[in-house]
Design a protein around this ligand. Structure first.
Ligand SMILES: NC(=O)c1ccc[n+]([C@@H]2O[C@H](COP(=O)([O-])OP(=O)(O)OC[C@H]3O[C@@H](n4cnc5c(N)ncnc54)[C@H](O)[C@@H]3O)[C@@H](O)[C@H]2O)c1
Ligand SMILES: O=C[C@H](O)CS(=O)(=O)O
Length: 486
């Protein structure tokens, strides 16, 4: 181990504990692999069991608190997290590479989500329904599920864990959290904020380690009543089958192949700007990142030229540097996957217009950097038009009309987010009706959604529940329909 580097522990029953495995994993900075952010526990089954039993024991009292009382813990956590923004954001950038500005923004988003759900503790969680019997009282009440397992990806290591934890907790559940191995130090700092806020022992637990071991045990554990998962389709489908096999509730938020449509009525400068930012920010590692630009032929060449001009201006570098627009991809696995997808695009006959290679010289010598990459002459059936690459790779596709652009946009197994650039209301209305995606925008980036709005996708992007806002109550509670006869 690198001397002086911190070893981070699991949080179980309100205590920081090492794994009985005696093994730790180095969290490596993708911008400079010589920088080890910290060591995290490579936990084994015993730690998951201890965490689940702690959460189960804590549930009995946590559920009896009022929503207002639970909300106070979230409010205090938000205040503490806000004070620690600089530290948490820097840790996030060092662990997964996004720019410090994005990491600060994401941490602020986590603070805002906590405050939103703190307020949820004082909002209605059921309804009175007029009974046909004048002497009866008929109403619904939402009750917590119990211990919930939260399995998180590495690309939004604050916003996504918080948008799972906050609703889970405010509605009365207790949690066992699994962060991605790549961003576990950031996760430790998150749960430190809950602990510092005084949250009772066992209400929040964090167990780090291999997803296929720790995550898998959580999915199969009989005392874990629900699993909220965000990650790849490959893993999500495994989780769904395991949860279903034992009757546990589950929600999945997974991949995307998000299109923007550019019509001849678009503001092409704005369209090019937001297409490049939507596809290249975070090195394209957002589930809602733009990966396809479907452009009506009348404006195709002009739009293409504007996109090329803007992509050439992108400064790739260490996310801690203020002038960096795009950092490294998050890991060596990511690097290999993105480069392999680019090679597939070339081999299938698409035209590589910009980028396509790993950056290895000078400041890039010790990191996982991929050039901003643009493909032209992309056929809708090609791999790079169909499959999620999760990197800084944008595919340009040409359409004869808006109608054909919508056919191309919907010709995908994913349906997470989309955007259209046009100033014509008739085109907007057609797009709203025809676009098969859970989150659609007009004249905006395909990524990002306000925290009070439902977040989720259609088709294979999701298990068709929604996260965030009041939608989260649907997953993290069960409905009781009550009839009281006088
Ligand atoms: N739709 C969304 O909201 C959304 C948001 C962010 C990321 N994503 C998707 O996530 C993917 C990238 O994230 P990732 O690489 O962390 O995904 P991943 O599926 O590899 O891992 C996600 C989480 O699952 C855990 N895991 C791995 N194998 C497991 C198993 N067998 N059982 C239980 N848990 C297991 C991992 O440790 C990690 O914590 C992309 O496909 C992206 O589209 C989707
Ligand atoms: O990957 C997760 C989503 O892209 C987060 S966002 O709401 O689109 O920013």
């Amino acid at each position: 181990m690198q001397t002086g580097t911190v070893v981070y522990k699991n949080l179980i029953n309100g205590r920081w504990v090492e794994s009985t495995s005696g093994k730790v994993h180095p969290s490596i900075n993708p911008a400079d692999t010589r920088d080890i952010v910290g060591y995290v526990q490579m936990s084994v089954a015993g730690e998951v069991e201890a965490a689940v039993q702690s959460a189960k024991q804590a549930f009995a009292s946590w559920r009896k608190l009022s929503g207002t009382a639970r909300g106070e813990y979230l409010r205090k956590t938000a205040d503490i997290m806000e004070r620690r923004t600089a530290e948490i954001a820097e840790t996030m950038t060092r662990e997964m590479g996004k720019t410090l500005a994005e990491a600060i923004g994401e941490t602020a988003r986590g603070v805002a989500i906590l405050r939103y759900y703190a307020g949820e503790g004082q909002r209605a969680n059921g309804e009175v329904i007029p009974s046909a019997d004048a002497d009866a009282l008929l109403f619904t009440s939402r009750v917590p599920l119990g211990v919930v397992g939260l399995i998180n990806p590495w690309n939004f290591p604050v916003a996504i864990p918080i948008w799972k934890m906050a609703p889970a907790l405010i509605y009365g559940n207790t949690v066992v959290m699994k962060a991605a191995l790549e961003t576990t130090v950031t996760a430790v700092k998150l749960v430190q904020c809950f602990l510092e806020a005084g949250i009772p022992a066992g209400v929040v637990n964090l167990v780090s380690g291999s997803g296929s071991l720790i995550g898998n045990i959580l999915c199969e554990h009989p005392d874990v009543k629900a699993i909220s998962f965000t990650g790849s389709n490959e893993v999500g489908k495994q989780i769904a089958m395991k949860a279903l096999a034992r009757g546990a509730k589950y929600q999945l938020e997974m991949g995307g192949k998000n299109p923007v449509i550019v019509t001849k009525h678009a503001d092409l400068d704005m369209a090019a700007e937001l297409t490049v930012s939507g596809s290249m920010k975070s090195s394209g590692q957002k589930c809602t990142a733009t990966s396809r630009a479907i452009v009506v032929k009348d404006v195709y060449d002009e739009f293409r030229a504007k996109v090329i001009e803007k992509m050439k201006q992108i400064k790739t570098g260490n996310g801690l540097d203020n002038d960096t627009y795009m950092g490294p991809v998050a890991s060596e696995n990511q690097l290999k996957g993105v480069l392999a997808a680019i090679e597939k695009g070339v081999n299938e006959g698409a035209t590589l217009v910009l980028g396509g290679k790993q950056l290895t010289e000078g400041e890039y010598a010790h990191g996982f950097y991929v050039e901003p990459t643009l493909f032209d002459d992309v056929d809708p059936s090609m791999y790079i038009a169909q499959e999620e690459i999760f990197g800084p790779v944008l595919a340009l596709l040409k359409a004869d009309s808006l109608e054909q652009a919508l056919v191309i946009a919907n010709d995908a197994r994913y349906g997470l987010s989309a955007s259209i650039f046009t100033n014509r209301l008739d085109e907007v209305m057609t797009y709203i009706h025809e676009m098969e995606a859970g989150m659609i925008r007009i004249n905006g980036e395909s990524s990002g959604v306000e925290l009070q709005a439902p977040f989720g996708g259609m088709k294979e992007s999701s298990s068709h529940s929604r996260e965030q806002g009041r939608a989260a109550m649907e997953f993290f509670t069960a409905v009781k329909t009550v009839t009281i006869k006088a």
